[in-house]
Design a binder for this molecule. Structure first.
Ligand SMILES: *Cc1c(COP(=O)(O)O)cnc(C)c1O
Length: 387
């Protein structure tokens, strides 16, 4: 039996997987069972932000695993304390809650927003506005928050209290705001939705309306955060800091971790017993995330990310077969002229390049540490398969 047959035989068929069995990786490339190597322009799904088995990351993970792999949140660990303090300091947030995924980060943000409002105004101010074409996760609550009809099937009844407004349409958003709304949740760049950045004017208006009405802004930076767009948080480029920011994907370089960050206004809303997680803040994950944070915030690192992003975009702009390129930093959406994204992803795989898709687009989320040499090699393959 092949690995693929074995896996399909015992793992639920929830994924459309590519026909490749990955075995090992180093830097920007990974290798399959048969020994074929692939340049990875997807880095998991933006998770392995420092590439495969980065030296500092591996060292941090192994050291912690050999010392204390886990303890419950009934106790303190220095590893969690150090990382939490460093992340709050870097992002300017007051406090955070640790969990294990993007969906859980958003669950935390939703609970926090509803309780913030309940504590201050009492019952009835529980509605949350999200944007059409957004993606906030796969749990019942975050599916309900996700503003895409395709996700609102089968699993009825969904969680009440979400309203969907058109992205970049401030009048539509205004029409959905009343005194029952406690938060607006949005991605600065809609990732799964097709790598579409919000307009600065729209984002400005959201913050203004929310400030006027004591409505919390929740930035879902699960995909855009931790350097992906060229600043530590994508919000930095819009000149705004949300009341609550959620992180996951690239935060721990490939280990499961999420964080929900809150500013001084709402940092103490979730008090004893209001929320929790068995694994949240696991020391191995915190050690891994610490290595990512240290690397990404080193002097010049994000400048280098921006240079590489510009290099990618420059090269893509000269290629035939591309209609448009979207996104920010090393979060790149590519609209193709004649081929479907899946066709191109499959053809690229055949030639030794891994790319992601987002709706009808190709999506690239390469390691933030990718080398120019690998960018050149990968884009040469990409060019040959989009023609
Ligand atoms: C991936 C993603 C999520 C869900 O993260 P999981 O770790 O799969 O739960 C939520 N929001 C955004 C913006 C994402 O890109």
């Amino acid at each position: 039996m092949t690995t693929q047959e074995k896996q399909n035989g015992s793992v639920m068929g929830t994924y459309g997987r590519f026909p490749v069995v990955l075995e090992s990786g180093a830097g920007d490339t990974c290798t399959d069972e048969a020994g074929r190597s692939y340049i990875d322009f997807g880095s998991g799904i933006g998770t392995s932000s420092l590439g495969y088995c980065n030296e500092a990351w591996t060292e941090a993970v192994c050291t912690q695993a050999k010392k204390l792999q886990h303890t419950s949140n009934l106790y303190y660990t220095k590893t969690q304390a150090d990382y939490a303090e460093a992340l709050c300091k870097e992002t300017g947030y007051s406090k955070l809650f640790f969990c294990n995924s993007g969906a859980e980060s958003n669950e935390c943000a939703i609970k926090l927003a509803r309780k913030y409002s309940f504590d201050k105004y009492g019952k009835g101010r529980h509605n949350i506005i999200t944007l059409i074409n957004s993606f906030h996760g796969r749990t019942m609550c975050t599916l309900s928050a996700t503003g895409q009809e395709v996700f609102h099937n089968y699993f009825f009844p969904f969680i009440e209290g979400f309203r969907y407004a058109a992205a970049n349409d401030i009048d539509d958003l205004k029409s959905k705001i009343d005194n029952t709304v406690c938060a607006v949740m949005m991605e600065y760049v809609q990732g799964e939705g097709g790598v579409n950045a919000l307009d600065k004017a729209f984002v400005d208006a959201v913050y203004e309306i929310c400030a006027e009405n004591d409505i919390l802004v929740i930035a879902d930076e699960v995909q855009t955060g931790v350097g992906r767009t060229g600043t530590f948080l994508a919000g930095d480029q819009f000149g705004h800091k949300a009341d609550v920011t959620t992180l996951a994907k690239g935060i721990a370089g490939g280990l499961p971790m999420g964080a929900c960050l809150a500013n001084e206004k709402c940092a103490d809303v979730l008090d004893k017993g209001a929320h929790g997680s068995t694994f949240g803040g696991n020391p191995v994950c915190c050690a891994a995330a610490g290595a990512v944070l240290k690397t990404v915030t080193e002097k010049g690192f994000l400048d280098e990310v921006n240079k590489k992003a510009a290099y990618f975009r420059e090269k893509l702009s000269t290629m035939d077969g591309i209609k448009s390129v979207s996104g920010m930093g090393l979060m790149i959406g590519i609209e193709l002229e004649n081929k479907t994204a899946l066709e191109v992803a499959n053809a690229a795989l055949e030639k030794g390049l891994l790319v992601l898709t987002a709706k009808t687009k190709i999506r690239l989320l390469p390691p933030l540490t990718i080398t120019y040499d690998e960018i050149d090699k990968g884009l040469a393959i990409f060019k040959s398969v989009i023609k």
